[in-house]
Write a protein that binds this ligand. Structure first.
Ligand code: BES
Ligand code: ZN
Ligand code: ZN
Length: 441
């Protein structure tokens, strides 16, 4: 017979956790799978208890869903320790028993992907500069060298590409910009249409001449969260060996005030020729993304998905409950939405009305202003309308992740700090897309 867990010399300590309602399934009000969320939360709290007891190893019951259990364990135990002499004890979670070992492994990979994004976001801006970010991702992709290509494009390349909007932000800083371009070729054919991810990579956003208030400004070290989540999703897709091609694009720079910085009222020219009046230098993310989105059109993408910590207004609108998704494609929306129900890292659809476009195209000196003319009203929506001016592709989604950037205590299986959301949703989305035909819609 099987030995019981209690009184077992192999298990001197046992943590018991409650899983809530049995077979709760998909909650149609909450838009997530409640069983999975409960398992993540319960396993996370159990593993943290083991960590507090300084026990180096824990076997985790799969709780009926080994992937969710692994995610709870690996996400729950993560903490940014890098720069402290006193570190949390390392706890290695393992699956208890042999049933579901494949699902467990998948959960570990998903969670490690999110933890990679959390690590990059949490790290101080003097450690994760544009070049350090690029090199870190290059190193992570080194394990999959056979079907991965990494291009770390320097400032000269960015200038040749006529990315005047991106460059105008970068030139305010002493730290040189980088345009990171990564190719993961997991598809049956190297020339199958790729999924293209684009991420805002502002490694520190001071606001520039339109300087932010000093209180809480340190959080703007995570303003590369878009780049972190999309690049981590690609690293994870490679680790899972997903059968599709994915290209990742990350314009990386700092937004700083200096004698060379953008000044309010300056006009810059984006890659597609459109001119932009920089009415607020703190609305810099859309300037980087304008050029990166133009460039994303070079790849005959199945879909272009960008992620950005773009607006404080997004946080005002939804808080940390869900990522705001602005998309011109219901097909793309459905895929993202279905993925998010499984991962519990939710999305919510937001509007791309012409109403908002008018508020950014009505501009004294240029084709576009980088802020809406009623600057605070619908701030997340006017930002999305601005990005739309650089998109002609039929399947594009902009994910405003400013509200989900950090965790206080809302997500029970993440500790306080930068959240790395919605990396798992991006991975799950890519996994689902890889099951579709690779021909463009
Ligand atoms: N990176 C910020 C947005 C942000 C704010 C992200 C808080 C996460 C938390 C972005 O560059 C910014 O400053 N946006 C301005 C736009 C405004 C000037 C139109 C904002 O939201 O205030
Ligand atoms: Zn800003
Ligand atoms: Zn920013």
């Amino acid at each position: 017979g099987k030995r019981s867990l209690c009184n077992n010399p192999d298990f001197p300590s046992v943590v018991v956790v409650g899983l809530g309602k049995k077979n709760a399934g998909v909650n149609g009000q909450e838009n997530w799978n409640e069983d999975k969320e409960n398992i993540r939360a319960a396993v996370a709290v159990g593993c943290r208890q083991i960590q507090d007891l300084e026990i180096p190893c824990v076997e985790v019951d799969p709780c009926g869903d080994a992937q969710a259990a692994a995610e709870g364990a690996v996400l729950g135990l993560h903490e940014y320790n890098e720069l402290k002499q006193k570190k949390k004890p390392v706890v290695t979670p393992q699956l208890h028993g042999s049933a579901g070992s494949e699902a467990w492994q998948k959960g570990v990979i998903y969670a490690e992907g999110q933890n990679l994004a959390r690590y990059l976001m949490e790290a101080p801006a003097n450690y994760i500069t544009p070049i350090k970010f690029a090199e870190y991702i290059e190193q992570k992709l080194g394990n999959f060298a056979s079907n991965v290509k990494v291009h770390i494009r320097p400032e000269s390349w960015i200038a040749t590409q006529q990315m005047g909007a991106f460059l105008s932000v970068a030139k305010g800083s002493a730290e040189p910009p980088i345009f990171l371009e990564i190719h993961y070729l997991g598809g049956a054919n190297a020339n199958d249409s790729p999924l293209v991810f684009v991420g805002k990579g502002v490694t520190f956003d001071s606001g520039g001449i339109s300087l932010k208030p000093s209180s809480g400004m340190d959080a703007m070290r995570a303003d590369m969260g878009g780049a972190a989540t999309v690049c981590s999703a690609i690293v994870t897709a490679a680790a899972l060996n997903l059968p599709l091609n994915i290209i990742g694009l990350a314009p990386l720079c700092e937004n700083m005030p200096s004698g060379k910085a953008n000044k309010p009222g300056d006009v810059v020219r984006a890659k597609n020729g459109k001119t932009i009046q920089v009415d607020n230098t703190d609305a810099e993310g859309r300037l980087l993304l304008a050029d990166a989105l133009c460039y994303a059109h070079n790849f005959n993408a199945r879909a272009i998905v960008n992620a950005a910590t773009l607006t404080g207004a997004m946080d005002v609108a939804l808080g940390s409950a869900a990522t705001g998704v602005f998309t011109n494609s219901s097909w793309l929306w459905n895929h993202l939405y279905e993925a998010s129900i499984v991962t519990g890292d939710r999305v919510w659809r937001m509007p791309l009305f012409e109403h908002y476009t008018k508020q950014v195209t009505d501009c004294p000196l240029a084709d576009l202003s980088n802020i809406g003319k009623y600057s605070r009203a619908g701030g997340a929506c006017t930002a999305a309308a601005f990005l739309k001016e650089f998109v002609t592709a039929p399947h594009w989604a902009h994910l405003d992740i400013a509200g989900v950037m950090a965790n206080k205590d809302e997500v029970p299986y993440l500790r306080k700090g930068m959240a790395g959301r919605p990396t798992r949703t991006l991975v799950e989305f890519a996994a689902r897309l890889s099951q579709d035909s690779p021909n463009p819609k």
